[in-house]
Design a protein around this ligand. Structure first.
Ligand code: SDX
Length: 390
């Protein structure tokens, strides 16, 4: 019935490209960036080191890293007119809406990095996106709480600068604790890339028409926002708050299994992992350390999440379908412990994933335009009737 095409809804078994960036073995729970195990990168590398690796294919030498860090930090400022753009958003706009709009609008500001056929333009665009996305994200947050934007400080490391732009005010500076900076660095590394997930595939498809990089990343942000993808980290916290108490967990497990009920366990299940998501394993471990260091070790949401996991992983429904916690299950608990509000969780994901999106964008420059086919199921040919005859 599919004619010459293979019908593959949801792209369950279609490889859309060749890529040299990220490898996943979903059955074994393995994730490698450019061949390096995620467990090693997450504990040993800095986020910009990983960004360099994803972009250029090799870990940087000491000098390369210093100049890459300088290059990125030099591009952290936003054009001052962007403040007017942000101010146009309603005070209660979701920060993802602002992020999507402002990143897309960069196309209107940086004409010297829009020519996708020029390798120098491409590289400047890549650096600008990685450098400016934390500034935009923090500015969106500041707008949502009615505080003045805090400008970047280029002498700080990437994550420390980001936390400062989030939490400093003109009246009081903010110096993140080492544990906060370390936790953010780790979460950013874990979220940096994940091969052909929905948002990265969206970026590649948008880019295949030759659209400019800022527009393509805005498309990726749009795709990430949904609760089945990056929006799940915010949805997990909503879910945990709704469950409220360990004693309610069994009731919600039953709801998640009920096919007549739209409720699903957020942060559970994955298209590729039919085993524990290796990122979730790392985040779960780090949750203990972060909460311990922040003297928040009887955090009720963490207890609730662990109970939920324990019951689900012993339930036939979840076992049969190989549904395990994914990257979004525990990340919100750390973000919350660091004082990041819930509506910023998906924005945090977007900041980190920009590195992956940009790397895929760089990689696919010579690909042909993406153009899937369809199985047409509409009416066969018929004649137009004047409105009086319908
Ligand atoms: C991310 O792709 C990536 O790499 C994404 C990501 C990245 O880094 O880019 O890893 C980030 O997006 C993580 C996923 C975040 N989303 C959620 O946590 C939302 C909850 N999860 C699900 O909606 C779902 O598991 C998906 C979207 C993650 C995966 O969807 P699939 O592959 O289409 O799987 P499916 O919906 O067909 O599920 C298979 C079965 C179904 O049951 P049956 O029809 O076979 O009886 O498992 C059930 C589903 O109903 N199921 C769940 C469930 N997830 C799947 N049942 C209850 N709760 C769930 N969470």
């Amino acid at each position: 019935e599919a004619g010459f095409f293979t019908y593959d809804p949801g792209f369950m078994s279609t490889a859309s490209c060749n890529s040299r960036i990220t490898y996943i073995d979903g059955d074994e729970g393995v994730l490698l960036y450019r061949g390096y195990p995620i467990e090693q990168l997450a504990t040993k590398a800095s986020f910009l080191e990983v960004a360099y690796l994803l972009l250029y294919g090799e870990l940087p030498g000491e000098k390369d890293l210093v100049s890459f860090e300088r290059l990125i930090m030099r591009h952290t400022m936003l054009n001052e007119n962007l403040k007017n753009f942000l101010n146009g958003f309603h005070y209660d706009a979701h920060p993802m809406a602002m992020l999507m709009g402002v990143v897309g609008s960069l196309s209107a500001f940086y004409h010297d990095s829009l020519s996708v056929n020029d390798p120098r333009h491409r590289e400047i665009a890549a650096h600008r996106l990685i450098a400016k996305i934390p500034t935009i994200a923090a500015a969106a947050y500041k707008h949502s709480v009615g505080e003045p934007i805090i400008y970047p400080r280029n002498d700080l490391r990437y994550c420390a600068n980001f936390l400062r732009m989030m939490f400093a005010t003109p009246c009081e500076d903010y110096k993140p604790t080492l544990i906060a900076e370390k936790a953010m660095n780790l979460l950013f590394i874990l979220h940096a890339d994940h091969e052909q997930n929905a948002s990265t595939s969206t970026v590649r498809l948008a880019a295949s028409s030759g659209a400019n990089p800022f527009a393509c990343i805005a498309a990726g942000i749009a795709s990430l926002w949904g609760p089945a993808h990056g929006g799940a980290n915010e949805a997990v916290l909503d879910m945990l708050l709704e469950i409220g108490d360990v004693k309610n967990v069994p009731k919600y497990i039953e709801k998640a299994k009920d096919k007549d009920d739209p409720f699903r366990l957020m942060g559970f299940g994955h298209r590729v992992y039919k085993n524990y998501d290796p990122r979730a394993k790392i985040i779960r471990e780090v949750c203990y350390q972060v909460l311990d260091e922040l003297a928040d070790n009887d955090n009720p949401l963490f207890e609730l999440a662990m109970k939920l996991e324990e019951i689900a992983l012993n339930d036939e429904y979840f076992v049969e379908r190989k549904l395990y916690p994914n990257v979004d299950f525990y990340s919100g608990i750390i973000y919350q412990a660091l004082g990041i509000p819930r509506n910023m969780f998906t924005v945090m994901f977007a900041v980190a994933r920009t590195v992956g999106w940009v790397s895929h964008w760089m990689e696919m420059m010579d690909d042909r335009i993406g153009r899937p086919r369809q199985i047409y199921r509409g009416p066969s040919q018929r004649d137009y009737l004047p409105i009086s005859k319908r």
